[in-house]
Design a binder for this molecule. Structure first.
Ligand SMILES: *Cc1c(COP(=O)(O)O)cnc(C)c1O
Length: 228
């Protein structure tokens, strides 16, 4: 017997919500402090609508223009998170439809996002993507020492809200020290910018650990939508 896509998503979502709650309990945190972002990249707009019916409020996409097309086809009212690496020449387009940009990692991008948000008469929540892997200069993210300067840049941009930090744990390494270091950086950032409370960390494989280290937003794709 085949089950419907809606049932499949409902089951996966229920399992993930249970795991999030368990991780929060273990970390002595309230489940209401952790927001699930369903990462719908490569999946159709109809899945976003089904997820919204099942109570999902936040959706993550990592590529333009696919993200824009998906959003145009979605009827549900959800919050759109842009979580992918971002080229400066696409920033203005993204500023027209994203609510939160997780991947801000250089001043030029701040300038481009500000310009785009101003033109679209919108405000964008911005997270600073941090990278701890100094051995691979090709990775997205600002080095830890650069976080406060970049934060200042964002804070001074009229249409951008400095909202917090984000990390993608490198493949094949223990994510625990990565999440621990991000928590420390988040504390330092909040000391200067108390409004920057978001910590976006954790994916299908490691979200429970990210929650242990204070993640406020977990970005989960495969465990909900399935493997492609
Ligand atoms: C794809 C993606 C995710 C979700 O990863 P899963 O392993 O499918 O849960 C989270 N964050 C970013 C930046 C991604 O690109």
């Amino acid at each position: 017997m085949t089950i419907s896509r809606r049932e499949e998503l409902a089951e996966n979502l229920a399992a993930i919500r249970e795991e999030i709650t368990a991780a929060c309990v273990a970390a002595q945190r309230s489940p209401s402090d952790v927001t699930l972002i369903a990462v719908t990249k490569t999946y159709p707009a109809s899945d976003v609508d089904l997820l919204a019916e099942l109570g999902v409020t936040d959706v993550g996409e990592n590529r333009h223009p696919e993200a824009e097309r998906t959003k145009a086809d979605v009827t549900a009212d959800v919050r759109w998170h842009f979580i992918g690496g971002l080229q400066t020449n696409k920033a203005a387009a993204i500023a027209r439809y994203a609510d939160v940009v997780h991947s801000v990692d250089r001043p030029k991008l701040v300038t481009a996002l500000q310009k785009g948000a101003l033109a679209a008469e919108r405000h964008l929540d911005c997270l600073i993507q941090v990278d701890f892997d100094a051995t691979d200069p090709g990775r997205a993210g600002v080095v830890p020492d650069g976080v406060l300067d970049l934060a200042e840049n964002i804070a001074q941009a009229e249409n951008l809200n400095l909202s917090g930090v984000m990390v993608v744990a490198p493949l094949g390494v223990d994510p625990e020290p990565v999440f621990a270091r991000l928590a420390t950086i988040s504390e330092e950032l909040k000391h200067e910018h108390p409004e920057a409370t978001m910590i976006s960390a954790g994916m299908s494989e490691d979200f429970a650990l990210a929650i242990k280290y204070g993640a406020t937003h977990v970005r989960i794709g495969r465990s909900i939508l399935g493997n492609r």
